[in-house]
Design a protein around this ligand. Structure first.
Ligand code: HEM
Length: 532
């Protein structure tokens, strides 16, 4: 009967068919499929009378229009994306049992979305801001999402600070202005949270405005764990290196670009067959090396304000992906795509990094709000495995793929199949005994080492001059000199040279280092005064 699917054969359209259907092969119809001869005809009482409630065509049209908007992403609202293919070039099977990385030649489809962070959906592509870099690998073992940025570090190591920091880049509650008109909130936050300094150095340097999305690298930032077939594990960080190289736009020149420059650049390159690609590489570290790194260099692998020194932990290439197809429909394939750092296939596990741990919760939480409870059923979010997926999630809004007539409970009459876990995860995640409450953001001298290396060893003279001018320009709309004095003190811990140049550029004398400073909510570990 009908339950066998015969009576319904061919009735259910797939997105794959629809996205490739040319307009010439369609007929104008209402949402329930009834053809309508003319799109601009209305039913009306008499020649000049009111409209009729029975005119479903008009109501269908307008009521749908009324509901066109979904919430934009609370961060990373402005973005661009495309589809392509990942290919494993050098297997990582000694370290990781994930199928997608286990054999040279293994391939899977990917969807990538790039973004700016702070601005709204219509904001300028050439803003000075980190860039988001998300990749959905549709692997044989389910979707693996790498939700990365174009910088290896982040502004914070305590997730409780994220909403505060992000709010400083949103509109002021009262003036409704953003930090491009008034940078007070932005610098107020940064001058109270010095662990941000490494990321601030990158943001205010040349990498702060990449030239579109093709010319930038991507960094997972967080520490993950790779687990191999024997159940042994290592810490790992994923990097995506642009094969196009990197390019940047100066602050001055950024005014000459159109608001959708990055979208135009990425879409145009793919349309003309100039496909951008990135290599996928991992830094790895044994648990013992991680302990030594903490003991000797005070770098905690769960602290994403720090990088792993490349000389000690070289990159190992595992594959590459190429973007070779634009979205046919931006909303369906890019706006509704939902990336989640908790989407990890067997062989890749989260580490105890507190910011990562919070993100594992935050992303699917926001997707349920932004897109809806059944967002995973949307074509762009669904997995492409050769095993047919079954579970017991049913119903809810828009459950258009509701798993047919299969039981909605774990039935012994119609059992489903279970695949065994490849390795014992007890060993991977370990046992924890410690204090219940910790302060994640205490400031330490080591927080300034990497920023100092950037200034002294990476930036050349011209880059230094641009850096100073970028910061002093941005600070020119900060209404409180006190905030600038504090921020200069933080820069002084990086380098006396930066502090004096900023003093000249802003005309404000900064404090003399942070030893006597009290931070709003953050412990100062660089003072002998216990009350700070
Ligand atoms: C987007 C939360 C830190 C990279 C988002 C979204 C939320 C969020 C709610 C919107 C997602 C959506 O609507 O689809 C957080 C929280 C963080 C955090 C709570 C820290 C506590 C980070 C870090 C990175 C990152 C450290 C990079 C290493 C991204 C990217 C997107 C994003 C790339 C855009 C995803 C897309 O293209 O759809 N974040 N985030 N976030 N976040 Fe985070």
């Amino acid at each position: 009967g009908q339950a066998n699917g015969k009576a319904f054969a061919g009735q259910f359209r797939t997105y794959e068919e629809d996205r490739n259907l040319p307009s010439q092969e369609t007929v104008y119809a209402t949402s329930n499929g009834v053809p309508i001869p003319h799109p601009y005809e209305t039913q009306r009482a008499g020649t000049n009378g009111p409209l009729l409630l029975q005119d479903f065509h008009l109501i269908d049209l307008i009521s749908h229009f009324d509901r066109e908007r979904i919430p934009e992403r609370v961060v990373h609202a402005k973005g661009s994306g495309a589809h392509g293919t990942f290919k494993c070039t050098k297997p990582l099977d000694d370290l990781c049992l994930a199928d997608v990385f286990s054999k040279a030649g293994n391939e899977c489809p990917v969807t990538v979305r790039f973004s700016t962070v702070g601005g709204e959906a219509g904001s300028h592509d050439c803003a000075r801001d980190p860039r988001g870099f998300s990749v959905k690998f549709r692997t044989e073992e389910g979707n693996f999402d790498m939700v990365a940025n174009n910088t290896p570090v982040f502004f914070l190591r305590d997730p409780a600070k994220f909403p505060h920091f992000i709010h400083t880049q949103k509109r002021d509650p009262s003036t409704h202005l953003t930090h491009s008109d008034d940078s007070t909130m932005f610098w107020d936050y940064l001058s109270q949270n010095p662990e941000s300094i490494h990321q601030v150095m990158i943001l205010m340097g040349d990498r702060g405005i990449p030239d579109g999305y093709r010319f930038m690298h991507g960094y997972g930032g967080h520490t993950l764990k790779l687990v191999n077939k024997a159940g042994d594990w290592v810490y790992a960080q994923m990097h995506m290196k642009s094969k196009q190289g990197t390019k940047f736009i100066t602050q001055e020149d950024s005014a000459n670009y159109s608001p959708d420059y990055s979208q135009k650049d990425l879409y145009g390159a793919i349309e003309k067959g100039d496909y951008p690609s990135w290599t996928v590489e991992f830094q790895t570290m044994t648990p013992k090396e991680a302990e030594e790194l903490w003991e000797k260099q005070k770098i905690n692998v769960f602290d994403l304000t720090h990088v792993w020194p490349h000389k000690q932990f070289p990159l190992r290439e595992v594959g590459e992906f190429t973007l070779n197809e634009n979205a046919k429909n931006y909303f369906a394939e890019i706006e509704q795509v939902a990336f989640n750092p908790a989407h990890l296939p067997p062989g890749i596990e989260p580490s105890a990094d507190p910011v990562l741990q919070s993100r594992l919760f935050s992303y699917p939480d926001t997707h349920r709000h932004r897109i809806g409870a059944n967002y995973q059923q949307l074509p762009v979010n669904s997995s492409r495995t050769s095993h047919r997926v079954a579970n017991f999630q049913r119903d809810g809004n828009m459950a258009f793929y509701n798993q047919g007539s299969r039981p909605n409970y774990l039935s012994s009459i119609e059992p489903i199949n279970f695949r065994e876990r490849a390795v014992d995860l007890d060993n991977v995640h370990g046992k924890f005994v410690s204090e219940a409450v910790t302060f994640l953001s205490e400031i330490k001298p080591e927080d300034f080492n990497a920023p100092r290396a950037l200034w002294e060893k990476v930036f050349d003279d011209k880059a230094k001059a641009r850096f100073i001018s970028n910061i002093s320009g941005h600070m020119s709309t900060c209404r409180y000199p006190e905030i600038i004095k504090r921020q200069i003190a933080i820069f002084r811990e990086v380098s006396e040279d930066i502090a004096t140049r900023l003093e000249e550029a802003t005309g404000i004398k900064g404090y003399n280092g942070i030893a006597n400073m009290r931070f709003n909510g953050t412990h100062n570990g660089m003072t002998s005064n216990p009350t700070l």
